[in-house]
Design a binder for this molecule. Structure first.
Ligand SMILES: *[C@@H]1O[C@H](CO)[C@@H](O)[C@H](O)[C@H]1NC(C)=O
Ligand SMILES: *[C@@H]1O[C@H](CO)[C@@H](O)[C@H](O)[C@H]1NC(C)=O
Ligand SMILES: *[C@@H]1O[C@H](CO)[C@@H](O)[C@H](O)[C@H]1NC(C)=O
Length: 472
Protein backbone atom coordinates (compact mmCIF):
# COMPACT_ATOMS: atom_id res chain seq x y z
CA UNK A 1 0.00 0.00 0.00
CA UNK A 2 2.78 2.39 0.75
CA UNK A 3 4.17 1.94 -2.71
CA UNK A 4 0.73 2.48 -4.23
CA UNK A 5 0.25 5.64 -2.24
CA UNK A 6 3.49 7.05 -3.42
CA UNK A 7 2.18 6.80 -6.97
CA UNK A 8 -0.63 9.22 -6.21
CA UNK A 9 1.34 12.32 -6.73
CA UNK A 10 0.26 15.88 -7.10
CA UNK A 11 2.55 18.65 -8.08
CA UNK A 12 2.06 22.21 -7.14
CA UNK A 13 3.14 24.93 -9.43
CA UNK A 14 4.67 27.57 -7.26
CA UNK A 15 6.39 30.06 -9.43
CA UNK A 16 4.97 30.66 -12.87
CA UNK A 17 6.58 33.91 -13.76
CA UNK A 18 10.28 33.35 -13.48
CA UNK A 19 12.25 36.37 -14.53
CA UNK A 20 14.49 34.03 -16.49
CA UNK A 21 11.81 33.71 -19.12
CA UNK A 22 12.72 37.19 -20.24
CA UNK A 23 16.16 35.88 -21.13
CA UNK A 24 14.64 33.38 -23.53
CA UNK A 25 15.88 34.25 -26.94
CA UNK A 26 13.18 35.22 -29.42
CA UNK A 27 15.22 33.66 -32.21
CA UNK A 28 14.73 30.22 -30.68
CA UNK A 29 11.05 30.44 -31.59
CA UNK A 30 12.01 30.46 -35.24
CA UNK A 31 12.38 26.94 -36.73
CA UNK A 32 15.06 28.30 -39.06
CA UNK A 33 17.27 29.01 -36.03
CA UNK A 34 17.51 25.32 -35.18
CA UNK A 35 17.73 24.12 -38.77
CA UNK A 36 20.59 26.44 -39.68
CA UNK A 37 22.39 25.45 -36.48
CA UNK A 38 22.05 21.80 -37.46
CA UNK A 39 23.38 22.59 -40.94
CA UNK A 40 26.35 24.48 -39.54
CA UNK A 41 27.20 21.61 -37.21
CA UNK A 42 26.90 19.07 -40.00
CA UNK A 43 28.98 21.20 -42.34
CA UNK A 44 31.76 21.68 -39.82
CA UNK A 45 31.94 17.91 -39.28
CA UNK A 46 32.02 17.29 -43.04
CA UNK A 47 34.76 19.91 -43.50
CA UNK A 48 36.95 18.38 -40.83
CA UNK A 49 40.19 16.81 -42.04
CA UNK A 50 41.36 13.78 -40.12
CA UNK A 51 44.58 14.62 -38.31
CA UNK A 52 46.81 11.58 -38.78
CA UNK A 53 50.03 13.22 -37.53
CA UNK A 54 52.03 11.49 -34.84
CA UNK A 55 51.57 13.58 -31.70
CA UNK A 56 54.73 15.21 -30.42
CA UNK A 57 52.99 16.42 -27.28
CA UNK A 58 50.21 14.82 -25.27
CA UNK A 59 48.14 16.64 -22.67
CA UNK A 60 45.72 14.55 -20.64
CA UNK A 61 43.13 16.63 -18.79
CA UNK A 62 41.46 14.53 -16.11
CA UNK A 63 38.37 15.78 -14.31
CA UNK A 64 38.22 13.59 -11.22
CA UNK A 65 34.65 12.43 -10.64
CA UNK A 66 33.43 14.57 -13.55
CA UNK A 67 30.59 12.39 -14.82
CA UNK A 68 28.06 13.40 -17.47
CA UNK A 69 25.69 15.11 -15.02
CA UNK A 70 28.53 17.15 -13.54
CA UNK A 71 29.67 18.06 -17.03
CA UNK A 72 26.19 19.23 -18.05
CA UNK A 73 25.59 21.12 -14.81
CA UNK A 74 29.02 22.79 -15.08
CA UNK A 75 28.19 23.87 -18.63
CA UNK A 76 25.02 25.55 -17.39
CA UNK A 77 26.92 27.20 -14.53
CA UNK A 78 29.64 28.44 -16.85
CA UNK A 79 27.02 30.13 -19.04
CA UNK A 80 25.15 31.54 -16.05
CA UNK A 81 28.38 33.03 -14.67
CA UNK A 82 28.53 34.90 -17.99
CA UNK A 83 24.93 36.05 -17.55
CA UNK A 84 23.51 33.64 -20.10
CA UNK A 85 20.70 31.12 -19.58
CA UNK A 86 23.46 28.50 -19.63
CA UNK A 87 22.00 25.38 -21.26
CA UNK A 88 23.17 26.47 -24.73
CA UNK A 89 26.67 27.46 -23.56
CA UNK A 90 29.57 25.84 -25.35
CA UNK A 91 32.32 24.77 -22.98
CA UNK A 92 35.85 24.39 -24.25
CA UNK A 93 35.55 20.65 -23.83
CA UNK A 94 32.41 20.71 -26.00
CA UNK A 95 34.47 21.92 -28.96
CA UNK A 96 36.60 18.78 -29.29
CA UNK A 97 36.03 16.96 -32.61
CA UNK A 98 35.94 13.38 -31.30
CA UNK A 99 34.09 11.86 -28.37
CA UNK A 100 34.00 8.39 -26.87
CA UNK A 101 32.83 6.51 -23.82
CA UNK A 102 34.79 4.10 -21.63
CA UNK A 103 33.73 1.46 -19.11
CA UNK A 104 35.24 2.34 -15.76
CA UNK A 105 34.75 -0.80 -13.59
CA UNK A 106 37.84 -2.06 -11.80
CA UNK A 107 38.93 -5.70 -11.72
CA UNK A 108 37.31 -6.23 -8.31
CA UNK A 109 34.53 -3.59 -8.08
CA UNK A 110 31.59 -2.45 -10.23
CA UNK A 111 32.38 1.11 -9.29
CA UNK A 112 36.05 2.01 -9.29
CA UNK A 113 38.07 4.57 -7.35
CA UNK A 114 40.58 7.07 -8.67
CA UNK A 115 43.53 4.76 -8.00
CA UNK A 116 42.25 1.85 -10.07
CA UNK A 117 41.08 4.14 -12.87
CA UNK A 118 44.31 6.16 -12.98
CA UNK A 119 46.23 2.90 -13.35
CA UNK A 120 43.87 2.00 -16.22
CA UNK A 121 44.12 5.23 -18.24
CA UNK A 122 47.78 6.04 -17.46
CA UNK A 123 49.27 2.53 -17.51
CA UNK A 124 46.71 0.82 -19.77
CA UNK A 125 45.91 -1.92 -17.25
CA UNK A 126 42.70 -2.41 -15.24
CA UNK A 127 43.49 -3.26 -11.63
CA UNK A 128 42.04 -3.53 -8.10
CA UNK A 129 40.47 -0.76 -6.04
CA UNK A 130 42.92 1.42 -4.05
CA UNK A 131 46.02 0.17 -5.86
CA UNK A 132 48.36 2.32 -7.90
CA UNK A 133 50.68 1.43 -10.82
CA UNK A 134 50.34 -2.32 -10.22
CA UNK A 135 48.37 -5.10 -11.93
CA UNK A 136 45.38 -6.87 -10.39
CA UNK A 137 47.71 -9.60 -9.12
CA UNK A 138 48.44 -7.11 -6.34
CA UNK A 139 46.07 -7.21 -3.37
CA UNK A 140 44.88 -3.95 -1.86
CA UNK A 141 47.19 -3.01 1.02
CA UNK A 142 49.39 -6.12 0.75
CA UNK A 143 52.95 -5.02 0.04
CA UNK A 144 54.19 -8.55 -0.51
CA UNK A 145 51.79 -8.99 -3.47
CA UNK A 146 53.19 -5.89 -5.15
CA UNK A 147 56.63 -7.28 -6.05
CA UNK A 148 56.97 -8.03 -9.75
CA UNK A 149 53.45 -6.77 -10.51
CA UNK A 150 54.38 -3.12 -11.17
CA UNK A 151 53.13 -1.59 -14.42
CA UNK A 152 54.61 1.51 -16.05
CA UNK A 153 52.78 4.65 -17.16
CA UNK A 154 52.59 6.88 -20.20
CA UNK A 155 54.57 9.47 -18.21
CA UNK A 156 57.47 7.02 -18.01
CA UNK A 157 57.16 6.00 -21.66
CA UNK A 158 57.25 9.68 -22.64
CA UNK A 159 60.33 10.33 -20.48
CA UNK A 160 62.06 7.26 -21.94
CA UNK A 161 61.30 8.64 -25.41
CA UNK A 162 63.22 11.81 -24.53
CA UNK A 163 60.20 13.98 -23.87
CA UNK A 164 59.72 16.31 -20.92
CA UNK A 165 57.00 15.26 -18.47
CA UNK A 166 54.85 16.95 -15.86
CA UNK A 167 51.93 16.65 -13.49
CA UNK A 168 49.60 19.45 -12.45
CA UNK A 169 46.85 18.82 -9.93
CA UNK A 170 44.58 20.64 -7.50
CA UNK A 171 45.03 17.88 -4.91
CA UNK A 172 48.22 16.79 -3.15
CA UNK A 173 50.70 15.52 -5.76
CA UNK A 174 50.83 12.17 -3.93
CA UNK A 175 47.06 11.67 -4.43
CA UNK A 176 45.78 8.69 -6.40
CA UNK A 177 45.48 10.28 -9.85
CA UNK A 178 48.95 11.85 -10.17
CA UNK A 179 50.54 9.00 -8.17
CA UNK A 180 49.64 6.43 -10.82
CA UNK A 181 51.83 8.39 -13.24
CA UNK A 182 55.00 7.72 -11.24
CA UNK A 183 54.42 5.34 -8.29
CA UNK A 184 53.72 1.67 -7.61
CA UNK A 185 51.80 1.11 -4.42
CA UNK A 186 49.53 -1.62 -3.08
CA UNK A 187 47.71 1.19 -1.29
CA UNK A 188 46.84 4.69 -2.45
CA UNK A 189 47.00 5.93 1.14
CA UNK A 190 50.73 5.29 1.68
CA UNK A 191 51.44 9.00 1.15
CA UNK A 192 54.50 9.22 3.40
CA UNK A 193 56.48 6.57 5.26
CA UNK A 194 54.40 7.38 8.35
CA UNK A 195 51.41 5.91 6.51
CA UNK A 196 53.13 2.58 5.78
CA UNK A 197 52.00 -0.31 7.99
CA UNK A 198 54.82 -2.26 9.65
CA UNK A 199 54.34 -5.26 7.35
CA UNK A 200 54.79 -3.01 4.30
CA UNK A 201 58.00 -1.59 5.76
CA UNK A 202 59.35 -5.06 6.52
CA UNK A 203 58.57 -6.12 2.98
CA UNK A 204 60.43 -3.07 1.63
CA UNK A 205 57.55 -1.13 0.13
CA UNK A 206 58.17 2.59 -0.11
CA UNK A 207 55.81 5.51 0.28
CA UNK A 208 54.38 7.50 -2.63
CA UNK A 209 56.14 10.79 -1.75
CA UNK A 210 59.59 9.17 -1.90
CA UNK A 211 58.70 7.55 -5.22
CA UNK A 212 57.76 10.99 -6.53
CA UNK A 213 61.41 12.01 -6.54
CA UNK A 214 63.02 8.58 -7.05
CA UNK A 215 61.16 6.72 -9.80
CA UNK A 216 61.06 9.06 -12.79
CA UNK A 217 62.89 12.29 -13.49
CA UNK A 218 59.74 14.46 -13.60
CA UNK A 219 60.32 17.96 -14.98
CA UNK A 220 57.27 19.73 -13.57
CA UNK A 221 55.40 18.83 -10.37
CA UNK A 222 52.61 21.22 -9.32
CA UNK A 223 49.93 20.75 -6.67
CA UNK A 224 49.81 20.37 -2.89
CA UNK A 225 51.29 17.86 -0.44
CA UNK A 226 54.20 19.51 1.38
CA UNK A 227 53.61 17.65 4.63
CA UNK A 228 54.52 14.26 3.16
CA UNK A 229 57.89 15.61 2.03
CA UNK A 230 59.43 16.80 5.31
CA UNK A 231 60.40 15.19 8.66
CA UNK A 232 57.85 14.94 11.44
CA UNK A 233 57.60 18.19 13.32
CA UNK A 234 58.83 20.39 10.47
CA UNK A 235 56.73 23.53 10.64
CA UNK A 236 54.78 24.42 7.55
CA UNK A 237 55.98 27.74 6.08
CA UNK A 238 52.42 29.01 5.61
CA UNK A 239 50.62 27.57 8.66
CA UNK A 240 53.36 27.38 11.27
CA UNK A 241 50.86 27.21 14.17
CA UNK A 242 48.75 24.41 12.68
CA UNK A 243 50.19 21.08 13.84
CA UNK A 244 48.17 19.11 11.29
CA UNK A 245 50.07 20.85 8.49
CA UNK A 246 53.53 19.99 9.82
CA UNK A 247 55.83 17.44 8.20
CA UNK A 248 54.86 13.79 8.76
CA UNK A 249 57.92 11.74 7.76
CA UNK A 250 59.41 9.38 10.36
CA UNK A 251 62.51 8.53 8.36
CA UNK A 252 63.87 12.04 8.86
CA UNK A 253 64.20 12.64 5.13
CA UNK A 254 63.51 16.04 3.60
CA UNK A 255 62.43 15.09 0.10
CA UNK A 256 62.28 18.70 -1.07
CA UNK A 257 65.93 19.25 -0.21
CA UNK A 258 66.85 15.86 -1.67
CA UNK A 259 65.06 16.80 -4.88
CA UNK A 260 66.92 20.10 -5.03
CA UNK A 261 70.33 18.46 -4.59
CA UNK A 262 69.45 15.80 -7.19
CA UNK A 263 68.97 18.64 -9.68
CA UNK A 264 72.30 20.35 -9.00
CA UNK A 265 73.69 21.79 -12.21
CA UNK A 266 70.19 22.35 -13.60
CA UNK A 267 67.88 25.29 -13.05
CA UNK A 268 65.44 23.76 -10.56
CA UNK A 269 62.97 25.81 -8.53
CA UNK A 270 61.00 24.71 -5.49
CA UNK A 271 58.24 27.19 -4.60
CA UNK A 272 55.37 27.11 -2.13
CA UNK A 273 53.71 30.48 -2.74
CA UNK A 274 52.38 32.51 -5.64
CA UNK A 275 55.02 35.25 -5.38
CA UNK A 276 57.83 32.79 -6.02
CA UNK A 277 55.71 30.87 -8.54
CA UNK A 278 55.07 34.02 -10.59
CA UNK A 279 58.78 34.79 -10.52
CA UNK A 280 59.65 31.44 -12.15
CA UNK A 281 60.72 32.20 -15.71
CA UNK A 282 59.66 29.18 -17.78
CA UNK A 283 62.20 30.02 -20.49
CA UNK A 284 65.05 29.70 -17.98
CA UNK A 285 63.73 26.79 -15.91
CA UNK A 286 64.55 23.09 -16.28
CA UNK A 287 62.65 21.77 -13.26
CA UNK A 288 59.81 23.09 -11.14
CA UNK A 289 58.33 21.66 -7.97
CA UNK A 290 55.48 23.83 -6.64
CA UNK A 291 53.59 22.68 -3.55
CA UNK A 292 51.10 25.33 -2.50
CA UNK A 293 49.47 23.61 0.49
CA UNK A 294 50.42 20.99 3.11
CA UNK A 295 47.69 18.72 1.65
CA UNK A 296 45.18 19.36 -1.12
CA UNK A 297 44.83 22.83 -2.62
CA UNK A 298 41.88 24.98 -1.64
CA UNK A 299 38.68 24.88 -3.64
CA UNK A 300 38.72 27.40 -6.46
CA UNK A 301 35.96 29.39 -4.70
CA UNK A 302 37.97 29.47 -1.45
CA UNK A 303 41.32 30.14 -3.08
CA UNK A 304 43.20 33.31 -2.12
CA UNK A 305 44.41 34.56 -5.50
CA UNK A 306 47.22 36.50 -3.84
CA UNK A 307 48.81 33.38 -2.31
CA UNK A 308 47.80 30.49 -4.57
CA UNK A 309 47.61 30.35 -8.39
CA UNK A 310 44.58 28.97 -10.25
CA UNK A 311 44.62 25.77 -12.29
CA UNK A 312 44.72 27.99 -15.38
CA UNK A 313 47.96 29.59 -14.18
CA UNK A 314 49.57 26.31 -13.13
CA UNK A 315 48.65 24.67 -16.45
CA UNK A 316 50.17 27.59 -18.35
CA UNK A 317 53.43 27.54 -16.37
CA UNK A 318 53.78 23.78 -16.84
CA UNK A 319 53.22 23.91 -20.60
CA UNK A 320 55.64 26.81 -21.04
CA UNK A 321 58.40 24.94 -19.20
CA UNK A 322 57.75 21.58 -20.89
CA UNK A 323 57.32 22.83 -24.45
CA UNK A 324 60.95 23.96 -24.69
CA UNK A 325 61.90 20.33 -25.34
CA UNK A 326 62.14 19.85 -29.14
CA UNK A 327 61.15 16.19 -28.68
CA UNK A 328 57.88 17.19 -27.06
CA UNK A 329 56.20 16.57 -23.73
CA UNK A 330 53.57 14.67 -21.77
CA UNK A 331 51.49 16.57 -19.23
CA UNK A 332 48.77 15.32 -16.90
CA UNK A 333 46.46 18.08 -15.63
CA UNK A 334 44.00 17.00 -12.98
CA UNK A 335 40.94 18.91 -11.80
CA UNK A 336 41.08 16.78 -8.69
CA UNK A 337 38.66 18.49 -6.35
CA UNK A 338 35.51 18.11 -8.47
CA UNK A 339 35.46 14.66 -6.90
CA UNK A 340 36.26 15.81 -3.39
CA UNK A 341 33.48 18.41 -3.44
CA UNK A 342 31.03 15.73 -4.59
CA UNK A 343 32.14 13.44 -1.77
CA UNK A 344 31.16 16.25 0.59
CA UNK A 345 27.83 16.81 -1.20
CA UNK A 346 28.91 20.33 -2.20
CA UNK A 347 27.66 20.81 -5.76
CA UNK A 348 28.48 24.53 -5.67
CA UNK A 349 32.18 23.76 -5.13
CA UNK A 350 32.22 20.81 -7.53
CA UNK A 351 30.71 22.80 -10.41
CA UNK A 352 33.01 25.78 -9.90
CA UNK A 353 35.96 23.37 -9.88
CA UNK A 354 34.72 21.94 -13.18
CA UNK A 355 34.39 25.42 -14.72
CA UNK A 356 37.96 26.28 -13.64
CA UNK A 357 39.07 22.96 -15.14
CA UNK A 358 37.41 23.88 -18.43
CA UNK A 359 39.23 27.24 -18.38
CA UNK A 360 42.52 25.37 -17.95
CA UNK A 361 41.68 23.29 -21.03
CA UNK A 362 41.14 26.53 -22.98
CA UNK A 363 44.57 27.72 -21.85
CA UNK A 364 46.11 24.43 -22.98
CA UNK A 365 44.58 24.74 -26.45
CA UNK A 366 45.71 28.36 -26.69
CA UNK A 367 49.35 27.46 -25.94
CA UNK A 368 49.66 24.42 -28.23
CA UNK A 369 49.12 23.56 -31.90
CA UNK A 370 46.61 20.94 -32.87
CA UNK A 371 48.83 19.49 -35.61
CA UNK A 372 51.47 18.37 -33.12
CA UNK A 373 49.59 18.08 -29.83
CA UNK A 374 47.05 15.46 -28.81
CA UNK A 375 44.77 16.84 -26.13
CA UNK A 376 42.46 14.43 -24.36
CA UNK A 377 39.85 15.47 -21.81
CA UNK A 378 38.28 12.77 -19.71
CA UNK A 379 37.04 11.73 -16.29
CA UNK A 380 37.93 8.69 -14.23
CA UNK A 381 34.50 7.90 -12.81
CA UNK A 382 31.21 9.61 -12.08
CA UNK A 383 29.36 10.63 -8.92
CA UNK A 384 25.76 10.09 -7.77
CA UNK A 385 24.71 13.60 -8.79
CA UNK A 386 21.32 13.82 -10.51
CA UNK A 387 19.03 16.39 -12.15
CA UNK A 388 15.50 16.56 -10.78
CA UNK A 389 12.10 17.85 -11.72
CA UNK A 390 11.48 20.47 -14.38
CA UNK A 391 13.47 23.61 -13.66
CA UNK A 392 12.72 26.37 -16.14
CA UNK A 393 15.15 27.31 -18.86
CA UNK A 394 17.87 29.57 -17.46
CA UNK A 395 17.01 28.87 -13.84
CA UNK A 396 20.05 28.70 -11.56
CA UNK A 397 21.59 25.26 -11.82
CA UNK A 398 22.23 25.52 -8.09
CA UNK A 399 18.60 26.51 -7.46
CA UNK A 400 15.28 24.86 -6.62
CA UNK A 401 12.56 23.38 -8.76
CA UNK A 402 9.58 25.67 -9.39
CA UNK A 403 7.40 22.62 -8.71
CA UNK A 404 7.03 21.43 -5.15
CA UNK A 405 6.54 17.87 -3.98
CA UNK A 406 3.44 16.29 -2.41
CA UNK A 407 4.87 17.19 0.97
CA UNK A 408 4.45 20.89 0.07
CA UNK A 409 8.18 21.38 0.19
CA UNK A 410 10.56 22.53 -2.52
CA UNK A 411 13.52 20.48 -3.72
CA UNK A 412 16.76 21.32 -5.43
CA UNK A 413 17.41 20.72 -9.13
CA UNK A 414 20.63 18.91 -8.27
CA UNK A 415 20.54 16.05 -5.78
CA UNK A 416 22.94 13.45 -4.54
CA UNK A 417 22.09 9.76 -4.53
CA UNK A 418 24.19 9.47 -1.39
CA UNK A 419 25.51 11.74 1.31
CA UNK A 420 23.60 14.03 3.66
CA UNK A 421 20.55 14.46 1.39
CA UNK A 422 19.11 11.00 2.02
CA UNK A 423 15.57 10.07 3.08
CA UNK A 424 14.86 10.23 6.82
CA UNK A 425 12.25 8.10 8.60
CA UNK A 426 11.85 8.52 12.37
CA UNK A 427 15.10 10.43 12.46
CA UNK A 428 17.04 7.67 10.71
CA UNK A 429 17.63 6.28 7.25
CA UNK A 430 14.97 3.67 6.43
CA UNK A 431 16.08 0.15 7.35
CA UNK A 432 15.98 -1.81 4.09
CA UNK A 433 17.44 -5.06 5.39
CA UNK A 434 14.12 -6.89 4.91
CA UNK A 435 13.17 -5.16 1.64
CA UNK A 436 13.72 -7.02 -1.61
CA UNK A 437 15.02 -4.33 -3.92
CA UNK A 438 15.61 -6.58 -6.92
CA UNK A 439 11.90 -6.81 -7.75
CA UNK A 440 10.26 -4.61 -10.34
CA UNK A 441 9.24 -1.75 -8.04
CA UNK A 442 11.07 1.22 -9.41
CA UNK A 443 10.03 3.75 -6.81
CA UNK A 444 11.84 2.28 -3.84
CA UNK A 445 13.57 3.75 -1.96
CA UNK A 446 14.13 7.10 -3.56
CA UNK A 447 10.58 8.39 -3.69
CA UNK A 448 8.24 9.67 -6.20
CA UNK A 449 9.29 10.93 -9.63
CA UNK A 450 9.10 7.47 -11.12
CA UNK A 451 5.78 6.86 -12.82
CA UNK A 452 5.39 7.70 -16.47
CA UNK A 453 1.83 8.89 -15.94
CA UNK A 454 3.17 11.38 -13.44
CA UNK A 455 5.62 12.69 -15.98
CA UNK A 456 2.90 13.02 -18.53
CA UNK A 457 0.76 14.94 -16.10
CA UNK A 458 3.67 17.20 -15.27
CA UNK A 459 4.45 17.90 -18.92
CA UNK A 460 0.84 18.80 -19.51
CA UNK A 461 1.02 21.28 -16.67
CA UNK A 462 4.19 22.87 -18.00
CA UNK A 463 2.58 23.15 -21.41
CA UNK A 464 -0.52 24.79 -20.05
CA UNK A 465 1.55 27.14 -18.00
CA UNK A 466 3.87 28.23 -20.76
CA UNK A 467 1.06 28.86 -23.25
CA UNK A 468 -0.54 31.17 -20.73
CA UNK A 469 2.61 33.24 -20.41
CA UNK A 470 2.82 36.63 -22.05
CA UNK A 471 5.08 36.85 -25.11
CA UNK A 472 8.61 37.88 -24.17
C1 LIG B 1 64.05 -6.12 2.29
O1 LIG B 1 65.33 -5.55 2.13
C2 LIG B 1 66.31 -6.14 2.97
C3 LIG B 1 67.58 -5.35 2.82
O2 LIG B 1 67.90 -5.18 1.47
C4 LIG B 1 66.47 -7.62 2.60
O3 LIG B 1 67.39 -8.25 3.45
C5 LIG B 1 65.12 -8.33 2.73
O4 LIG B 1 65.21 -9.65 2.28
C6 LIG B 1 64.06 -7.59 1.93
N1 LIG B 1 62.74 -8.18 2.21
C7 LIG B 1 61.91 -8.59 1.26
C8 LIG B 1 60.62 -9.21 1.71
O5 LIG B 1 62.16 -8.49 0.06
C1 LIG C 1 57.41 32.86 -0.57
O1 LIG C 1 58.39 31.89 -0.29
C2 LIG C 1 59.71 32.43 -0.17
C3 LIG C 1 60.66 31.25 0.00
O2 LIG C 1 60.37 30.54 1.17
C4 LIG C 1 59.76 33.40 1.01
O3 LIG C 1 61.06 33.97 1.12
C5 LIG C 1 58.74 34.49 0.79
O4 LIG C 1 58.68 35.32 1.91
C6 LIG C 1 57.37 33.89 0.53
N1 LIG C 1 56.45 34.95 0.16
C7 LIG C 1 55.27 35.10 0.73
C8 LIG C 1 54.47 36.25 0.25
O5 LIG C 1 54.86 34.34 1.59
C1 LIG D 1 13.48 -8.50 9.42
O1 LIG D 1 12.77 -9.69 9.47
C2 LIG D 1 13.06 -10.52 10.60
C3 LIG D 1 12.34 -11.85 10.44
O2 LIG D 1 10.98 -11.65 10.19
C4 LIG D 1 12.68 -9.76 11.88
O3 LIG D 1 13.00 -10.53 13.03
C5 LIG D 1 13.45 -8.45 11.91
O4 LIG D 1 13.04 -7.67 13.02
C6 LIG D 1 13.22 -7.65 10.65
N1 LIG D 1 14.11 -6.51 10.64
C7 LIG D 1 13.72 -5.30 10.30
C8 LIG D 1 14.77 -4.25 10.35
O5 LIG D 1 12.62 -5.03 9.93
Amino acid sequence: TNLQNSHKIHFFLISVFSQNWSKLLIEEENPEFWRSKAKQTLQSVLDRKLNTNVAKNVILFLGDGMGITTYTAARILKGQLQDQTGEETVMTMDTFPHVGLAKTYSVDFQIPDSAATATAYLCGVKTNLNTIGVSAATRNGVCRSQKGNEVTSILKWAKDAGKSVGIVTTTRVQHATPAAAYAHSASRSWYSDADLPDAAKTDNCTDIASQLIENIDIDVIIGGGRKYMTPRGTKDPEYSLDLSSWGTRRDGRNLIQEWQSMKTGKVAHYVWNKTDFDAVDPEATDYLMALFEPGDLRYEMERDPSTDPSIVETTEKAIRILQKNPRGFFLLVEGGRIDQAHHAGRAYMALHEAVAFDNAIAKGLELTKEDETLTVVTADHSHPLTFNGFPFRGQSILGKSPLWGTDFLPYTTLMYGNGPGHKIINGKRPDIRNVTTSREFSCFPAGWTCSSSVRFFLLQMIKTTSSSLPSP
